[in-house]
Design a protein around this ligand. Sequence first.
Ligand code: UT7
Length: 322
Amino acid sequence: MIYARITGTGGYLPEKILTNADLERMVETDDAWIRERTGIQQRHIVGENESTVDLAEIAARRAMEVAGVEGKDLDLIIVATTTPDLVFPSTACLLQHRLGANGCAAFDVQAVCTGFVYALGVAEKFIRAGGTKRALVIGAETLSRIVDWTDRTTCVLFGDGAGAVVLEASEEAGILSVHLHADGAHSDLLSVPCGVSKNRALCEQGGVFIQMKGNEVFKVAVNTLGRIVDETLEAAGLEKADIDWLVPHQANTRIIAATAKKLGLPMERVVLTVAKHGNTSAASVPLALDVAVRDGRIQRGDRLLLEAFGGGFTWGSALIRY
Ligand code: UT7
């Protein structure tokens, strides 16, 4: 049996930090509200001349260094992003050239905050099918570019960053199962309602950004993530007690706490980065994974449950023997 196993993780956050106190000077909000309702204390924001591929490259190089893999060794690059550098070429192609991985398959995946879990599931299937030996999977975002910095209901939530993993074919257990879902029925609850082919004029006026009915999204997220916990454990024939670490999408501490409760996991077994990173969409899960691997909390052999929920709606989970 061939498994896809994580052999390296990496992350990168841009230098500039925007604190809740900074936001108090920009919109009518306060540190106490933001901490209480979201758990966020600060977020990182890209510099003027930085873009998504710049963040992705640093995270990728860090993951590749740990795995001992060079660009020429890669068979596949998948970048999960909602904020690509360009309409095309894909961010994965831009990154491939920078890494000297020219020739391998490279493409982007767009599943908003669930993007990394989707990309991981796709790469895992490439590896299990044979032929692909080494894949680089990245979640990278510059969400600050699509945030309305005058809208207090959204601008306090998001941040920029990138996280990456190297996946390699292995006989040792690695990714045990991936569960992916979407429901396009509620696209009005969370969207950026303009693009290339629709409402383009609005986009060109520069007036369209992330729009979210936060409270409604919150309720769907809590219920949906509760269901996916059951689905993932049942598919693997595992009990709640078999999970060592929850590595969740970092949108809101209260949503994460509800999922941990469903799993019967104390918060000490949950990787929490939302306070320092904010919601970095597709980057949030691989960034959290990298933090807990590097600080030694996650050890080889641990069972991890990764999960995410986001625009689309999309949601998914991955069960991993690290
Ligand atoms: O990552 C993709 C998925 N996204 C999510 O999972 C996000 C899900 N939603 C959430 O995390 C939460 O709904 C929010 C953090 C966005 C909002 O928290 P909430 O507890 O649902 O608050 P609310 O939207 O019900 O707003 C409560 C009040 C409102 O005032 P009124 O109408 O009660 O007078 C808002 O206007 O809080 C007000 N408010 C703020 N006050 C201070 C909204 N934003 C702010 C703010 N500062 N930044």
